[in-house]
Ligand binder design. Structure first.
Ligand SMILES: [Zn+2]
Length: 442
């Protein structure tokens, strides 16, 4: 009997030790969160649709920049930023990253800036805004907004870093079904309804402080003249309301060929936000996996080639086009042609891979990435342990898979006019991007 009792005590002792070890691992991490309003304060044009022809008229709700700072037990620190905006201008990333490196000694590879790609946000100072038929006077408020936005992003990162404190991190994934493949025939092509979730709790696990979650679908439920974060905006606000004092941060997965369908009403938009928020909440209330181990961050600018270079004659013809996007592109590229380097033949494409402890490989790709990448990367790197963020660190154009590039259409070809690209991408980009991810994930 005595032997049994002592054996029982020894088992309990071992269990206690195991639990303590697990808790101490989880609590060795630190996290900080912050959010700030980035709603434009003066009238200006909106982005997302090239047919828009005047400034916004009010708002459905505010737009936000949200940030989370994560620090592992070794002191490795990374910063994630989520923006209720259509894109991530590369010039803004360069300003923010240089500041972070200078004042906080946090390197470029440890900064990830994502956006919701809402089509009801302000125009930004980047190439996508040439899809709009803006005159010089329309550009002025856009440039003023961009300058203040850059500072607001720097400030929200500062706040998240100042908020760093012991935290319990855990990960899980849910499912949400409103995204449909939008290429013809609509609703037939591939999709991925995964909802990855990172939960940030206080060290004692009593308080939910922050959430990072993703979904692979365009934020295009709405197309009117009111500022709105679209379904992602509603989902974040829904979660922040249900969990007071927490910051809920959205990222878009590889949703370039995915739309919320049906769409075009605020009611539907709010419904999709609630659906996504509910999916996240279900993950929070289920069994989640604690993040243990270390944080590692890697980054590479991959030189992606364009398929061809337009001739001066082609561009001169486009200058007289009825379509303002063709004219704007021709103007920009003819100006490039006069410079010493000429029209770019390739683009520095950002590929980033973070390891959230031993649990998650978090891939962040620039541009509007089609769903094939998310499906392939999850299949190759592990379906339960891989997250893919698109629209991250720079949004310079669509990123078709090899299949979509061959098929053509908007995502594979004609969107080059929206983004003022010299041409579509050269074949072979899918393998080059995936191989770069694999190399960084090693
Ligand atoms: Zn898009």
């Amino acid at each position: 009997m005595r032997r049994h009792v002592s054996k029982l005590f020894s088992v309990i002792g071992t269990l206690t030790l195991l639990c303590c070890t697990a808790i101490s691992h989880a609590a060795d991490w630190q996290a900080g969160v912050a959010r700030t309003v980035i709603t434009p304060e003066e009238p200006m044009w909106m982005s997302g649709y090239g047919s828009r022809d005047h400034a916004f008229e009010g708002k459905v709700h505010d737009l936000y920049a949200r940030a989370s700072a994560l620090r592992d037990p070794e002191g490795n620190t990374a910063v994630f930023v989520s923006l209720d905006l259509v894109g991530v201008p590369i010039k803004m990333v360069q300003v923010v990253s240089a500041d972070l490196e200078k004042r906080h000694k946090i390197p470029r590879r440890s900064l990830m800036i994502a956006c919701s790609h809402t089509h009801c946000g302000p125009a930004l100072d980047h190439t996508l805004s040439y899809m709009l038929n803006m005159q010089e006077s329309d550009w002025q408020p856009v440039k003023r907004y961009q300058t203040s936005l850059n500072q607001k992003v720097i400030d929200v990162i500062d706040k998240a870093l100042a908020d760093l404190q012991p935290a319990r991190l855990s990960v899980g994934q849910g499912i949400c079904g409103f995204a449909s493949n939008r290429r013809t025939p609509i609703g037939v092509g591939p999709y991925d309804h995964q909802v990855p979730v990172l939960k940030i709790e206080s060290a004692d696990g009593k308080k939910l402080r922050g959430l990072v979650f993703g979904y692979a679908c365009h934020n295009t439920t709405l197309s009117f003249y009111k500022l709105c974060g679209d379904y992602a905006g509603f989902a974040q606000l829904y979660l922040e309301e249900r969990h007071p004092d927490s910051v809920a941060m959205f990222f878009t997965g590889c949703g370039a060929d995915q739309n919320p369908l049906p769409r075009r009403s605020v009611e539907l938009c709010e419904k999709y936000g609630r659906m996504l928020g509910t999916a996240v909440d279900q993950v929070l209330h289920g069994t989640m996996t604690p993040v243990t181990g270390q944080l590692s961050t890697r980054f590479k600018d991959l030189s992606l080639d364009f398929a061809s270079t337009p001739t001066e004659e082609q561009l001169q013809t486009d200058l007289t086009s009825k379509n303002h996007m063709y004219r704007n592109r021709a103007k920009l590229l003819l100006a490039d042609l006069k410079t010493e380097s000429g029209i770019a033949r390739s683009y520095p494409y950002p590929v980033q891979v973070w390891k959230l402890g031993d649990q998650i490989t978090w891939v962040a790709l620039g541009g509007e990435v089609v769903i094939d990448y998310q499906i392939r990367l999850r299949n190759e790197l592990g379906r339960d342990r891989t997250w893919v963020t698109g629209y991250a660190n720079d949004v310079m154009g669509y990123i078709p898979s090899e299949r979509v590039l061959v098929e053509g259409g908007y995502e594979g070809d004609t969107s080059l006019y929206v983004y003022q690209m010299p041409s579509k991408w050269k074949a072979g980009l899918e393998d080059r991007i995936v191989n770069t991810v694999r190399e960084l994930a090693k």
